[in-house]
Write a protein that binds this ligand. Structure first.
Ligand code: PBG
Length: 324
């Protein structure tokens, strides 16, 4: 009862505020998404993602060393596939000398302890820009899962520590887990994009990889933004099928889902603060309308406070630099 309880006592100065702070962000919270392209000496800024780049393997090498020195110890790889290598079945995804496979080896070569996670989905490889094989305008589920399983084995063979299926086909976690076990990759983990919503926030990412769907949208496989119970069901099923880490994506608009899943499950929960979230803040800051660093840290803190054990974020480097 007031004045026995004056909550402001715990806010009097920085020292007491630090002492009672409930949520702290550290470099080891982050998973750093990286975009890889063919070529040499290529560092292309992504138009809708200011200060974020597509990197050729030589630049990837430099970037990874820098990340490691900053205490950023986990990366999530995406590749931009040349148009002439795209087809409906994602054939190039299984090429053992493909860009993803070479990127994994490049990183493991210069920084063996860096945790390498790889995106597993067909969209960067698909001539239709969809996450699965297309037939008569539909995305085939089980046929796609088979390819994803082969793709996962190929990444494991190249040296990936974790595969991260981002496609939302039903049953793919089990198909992938069984394939990895059969091939002896018992230690290769799976981070499942388990509650991935059909979101308009992915726009800049699709620019980065030139992977926008050629027809329709992704609503027959990614989740409806209106749904909450379904996110829990999706997540529990993925855990039953063998997911080691689950994910909610996008981040900020879905923190209610993050908390609910965190309360429900006993595996680590990752949150993906996606490209559109990054672009919004960069744009507002460029106009001088928001304080970039302050808003960035507030958003990252909110994600962690909501229950994220792992934050995939394009702000990882900016945030760590700010931590000093
Ligand atoms: C595709 C994939 C997407 C993202 C990660 N993997 C886009 C999509 O589903 O269309 C989005 C990431 C971002 O926006 O930062 N499998």
């Amino acid at each position: 009862m007031y004045p026995l309880r004056r909550n402001r006592r715990l806010r009097t100065n920085a020292a007491i505020r630090h002492l009672v702070r409930e949520t702290i962000i550290t470099p080891s919270d982050f998973l750093v998404p990286l975009f890889v392209v063919e070529g040499k000496g290529v560092k292309q800024e992504i138009t809708s993602m200011p200060a974020y780049y597509r990197l050729s393997l030589d630049y990837l090498e430099k970037e990874v060393k820098e990340l490691w020195e900053m205490g950023l110890c986990a990366v999530l790889l995406f590749v931009k596939v040349p148009d002439n290598l795209k087809d409906n079945e994602g054939t190039e995804a299984l090429n053992k000398d493909g860009l993803m496979q070479r990127a994994i080896k490049t990183i493991k070569n210069v920084c063996p302890e860096m945790l390498v996670m790889t995106d597993v989905a067909l969209d960067p490889y698909s001539s239709f820009g969809h996450d699965g094989i297309v037939e008569d305008g539909k995305i085939l589920n089980d046929e796609t899962s088979e390819v994803l399983a082969e793709m996962s084995v190929s990444h494991a063979l190249a040296g990936a520590d974790f595969v991260a299926p981002s496609d939302m086909m039903d049953g793919r976690i089990l198909t992938i887990r069984e394939a990895l076990e059969d091939e002896g990759y018992i230690d290769t983990g799976i981070m499942s994009y388990s509650a991935k919503y059909a979101s308009a926030f992915y726009g800049p990412f699709r620019d980065a990889l030139d992977s926008a769907p050629g027809f329709g949208d992704k609503k027959t496989y990614q989740m409806d933004a209106a749904n909450r119970f379904e996110a829990i069901k999706e997540t529990e099923m993925d855990i039953d099928e063998g997911a080691d880490i689950v994910m909610v994506k996008p981040g900020l608009c879905y923190l209610d889902i993050v908390r609910e899943i965190k309360n429900e499950v006993d595996v680590p929960v990752a949150v993906y603060q996606v490209s559109g979230e990054y672009a919004m803040l960069k744009a507002a800051a460029e106009k001088g309308w928001l304080d970039h660093d302050a808003v960035m840290m507030e958003q990252l803190l909110a994600i962690k406070r909501a229950g994220a054990n792992i934050i995939a974020s394009y702000f990882a480097k900016d945030a760590v630099k700010l931590m000093g």
